[in-house]
Design a binder for this molecule. Structure first.
Ligand code: 6GU
Length: 224
């Protein structure tokens, strides 16, 4: 998969996408991410990409010209399966969204800032609008990092057995069960006997039961 990201703050994406599993995904060639500074397509030598909003009101709006110039230049290079705009009024990101997007070949992600981007870019270029939850961030960059991580780790070959996505919370609408590591006894807190039993069937049943219990207690909405 290839992902292009348009932003005025490329630095905000470098660290989250440059470490751990996202780094490995890119090193192994499963994922390529190119972060583009939108000011490269600015309308003047000051690097201007935003302007006052028509109708008045506080807050700047990201202009059509730089965004459209950037999008059209990138579109000459590749055909995008989705042009995604990160925005708090978008559709909430869920595991199924990440699953679906992980099957695509080329994604273009636009990070908004200030009051957002000119509506005409949304109308004519954006195919998906995604929010990562009901709270407001200063810009779309951290949300884009979340989206790329959620998608990137699902690409075939990125995760190994140990990090397998199959046992993740949410992957089958269940939260993950509790986990333990050595020592078997710490202070007087013991690891559940079943996990030490060496009986894989019993262990699997216990984990499923614990996952159900945890989901019932914490997220009954997932079981509806
Ligand atoms: Cl995608 N962008 C911003 N600015 N805030 C958010 C968001 C996105 N998702 C939740 N809050």
């Amino acid at each position: 998969m290839h992902i292009d990201i348009l932003t005025v703050l490329p630095e905000l994406l470098e660290s989250p996408l440059g470490h751990s599993i996202m780094k490995r995904a890119q090193d192994k060639g499963h994922l390529t991410v190119q972060v583009h500074q939108l000011r490269k397509w600015a309308v003047n030598a000051y690097g201007q990409v935003d302007d006052y909003q028509y109708g008045g009101g506080a807050g700047m709006v990201m202009m059509c010209e730089p965004l459209v110039a950037a999008i059209e230049e990138l579109q000459k290079e590749r055909t995008y399966d989705a042009v995604i705009y990160m925005t708090p009024d978008g559709e909430r990101l869920e595991q199924r969204t990440a699953n679906r997007l992980s099957l695509k070949e080329n994604l273009l992600i636009i990070c908004g800032h200030y009051k957002g981007i000119d509506q005409r870019v949304r109308d004519h270029f954006v195919t998906h609008e995604i929010s990562i939850g009901d709270y407001v961030l200063s810009g779309g960059e951290l949300a884009a990092a979340v989206l790329v991580d959620a998608i990137g780790r699902l690409l075939p070959g990125v995760l190994n057995d140990e990090t397998s996505a199959l046992t993740d919370s949410f992957q089958d609408n269940l939260l993950a069960p509790p986990v333990y590591t050595r020592p078997a006894e710490f202070r007087d807190w013991k690891v559940p006997d079943i996990l030490l039993s060496g009986d894989p069937k019993k262990v699997e049943d216990w984990r499923h039961e614990q996952a159900l219990k945890r989901t019932q207690e914490r997220r009954p909405d997932l079981l509806q």
